[in-house]
Design a binder for this molecule. Structure first.
Ligand code: AMP
Length: 442
């Protein structure tokens, strides 16, 4: 098996990797690092969980080791763009961790935080700037930042940035960069707008694509409980009170929903906190810190707020409502069963949500609820007769699921090792039409 040593990485980086306990490059690292060290542009099709951050951060840091000249004021040598504040923080953490034996300056620029300290940090010139696109544009517009000395730009989770409406901002940023530069783009999927972005702004990119060796859907014990919407809060509180639930994330579809559920759980004496786009940056950071150190054991989150949250030891994921977008289900359950631990995902499903469940089953290729209405039953024509379909959110829905739970399904993949270590969201098998998040979803 290849080691990081075999890749020829510089000694200070090898020492840092050793400190992190990483002996072998993941497939995306193995395939991207040599091309990036040669200075090639790169399109990486990979999800969080594949080790993609280190894949681009390590070659960047290696170049910083050789950098002689100081970065001019208000300039950034490397720019990394990511969709959410949490992801920006996590990327910067990894930059710091892998670069612990490298001398360099990095900072983050994110919306929802005070602009002044960011402007002060930009003033001295930076080796690495990690940012969300919106606030970065503000600083570009005000002259607090220039990009004419930037030599490397990374667009991370490009498809997420597209979903969040950042594409015009990204194009504006790309136009402010020098023509001579290295451009790196990572995305879990390749919608045509992202392909067009690569065509417009990249030069002969190397394309590297990895799918996680095992799908988290195979590693997580999943079950679906049919529960009428009116009974969900009480049911959730009783499930969360069980002793085996040591650290849980509850997903709701809307921000208001997250607050309501959180209040109910607190009222039931549980240590819960909500995290979503209406919370200030400070509140979000405090909540995440409390969840990490165990003062809070239940995080109630919306999909976008929870994307990329990298916390080990989440024993359970609860879907208070099923997501409208089936891929989100895979992202959600990927929050548990990380770092080789086992995990459990429980979905509370109102009969109205049966159509959403069918879409999820189709995406992951598993039947989660055996009530004669799964996608496979429909395909094979064995579906039990159902009442006339209701239309909601332009999806076929059915009524009248049997109000009974189902024994959890556990499908252990035989691909052990790294896959178990890095178990995270699965790449959708085929490109599906993406629906924009609802306005209240962030
Ligand atoms: P990412 O896909 O960048 O979100 O990385 C997922 C997780 O894998 C992070 O927690 C990394 O710290 C970890 N990781 C990255 N590279 C390796 C490696 N070579 N071996 C083991 N874990 C790694």
């Amino acid at each position: 098996m290849t080691s990081f040593n075999d890749l020829g990485l510089a000694e200070p980086l090898l020492r840092a990797l050793d400190r992190e306990g990483y002996a072998h490059p993941t497939p995306i690292q193995f395939r991207s690092i040599p091309a990036l060290r040669e200075g090639r542009d790169l399109v990486g099709i990979a999800q969080t969980g594949t080790g993609k951050t280190a894949a681009f951060v390590l070659p960047i840091l290696e170049r910083l080791l050789d950098a002689k000249a100081a970065v001019p004021s208000r300039c950034a040598s490397v720019l990394i763009l990511a969709p959410t504040r949490e992801l920006v923080g996590q990327i910067n953490d990894q930059v710091q961790a892998y670069g612990r034996f490298v001398r360099f300056h990095s900072t983050t620029v994110i919306g929802g935080a005070a602009a002044r300290p960011q402007i002060r940090a930009l003033q001295s010139g930076l080796d690495v700037l990690v940012a969300t696109p919106g606030r970065l544009l503000d600083h570009l517009g005000s002259g607090a930042l220039r990009l004419d000395k930037t030599t490397t730009v990374v667009l991370d989770e490009a498809d997420q940035m597209l979903d969040l409406g950042f594409l015009p901002a990204i194009r504006q940023v790309m136009r402010a960069l020098p023509v001579e530069r290295q451009t790196i783009l990572f995305s879990a999927t390749m919608p045509k707008q992202i392909r067009a972005l690569a065509d417009d702004f990249m030069t002969d990119p190397v394309e590297v694509s990895v799918t996680p060796a095992a799908r988290p859907a195979d590693l997580v014990e999943q079950s679906v409980l049919p529960v009428p919407a009116s009974e969900k809060r009480a049911k959730l509180a009783s499930l969360l009170a069980k002793r085996e639930v040591s650290r849980a994330i509850v997903f709701t579809r809307t921000k208001r929903g997250a607050d309501r559920v959180c209040r109910h759980l607190e009222g039931a004496g549980l240590r819960a906190a909500a995290i979503h786009g209406n919370k200030s940056q400070n509140q979000r950071e405090r909540t995440l810190a409390a969840f990490k150190d165990g003062r809070v054991t239940i995080l109630v989150a919306t999909d976008i707020a929870a994307r990329g949250i990298d916390i080990d030891g989440v024993s359970h994921v609860f879907n208070y409502e099923l997501p409208n977008v089936p891929e989100a289900y895979v992202h959600r359950i990927g929050r548990t069963a990380r770092a080789g631990a086992s995990g459990t995902a429980v979905s509370l499903m109102d009969p109205e949500e049966r159509g959403l469940l069918r879409d999820i089953e189709k995406l992951i290729g598993q039947t989660l609820l055996d009530d004669g209405q799964s996608y496979q039953d429909r395909k094979s024509g064995t579906a039990k007769p159902r009442k006339p379909q209701q239309r909601r959110r332009s999806r076929p829905q059915s009524q009248g699921s049997k109000p009974q739970g189902q024994a959890p399904r556990k499908v252990e993949s035989d691909e052990a090792g790294l896959a178990r270590l890095l178990a995270k969201p699965q790449k959708p098998r085929r490109q599906r039409r993406r629906r924009p998040p609802t306005r209240d979803a962030a």
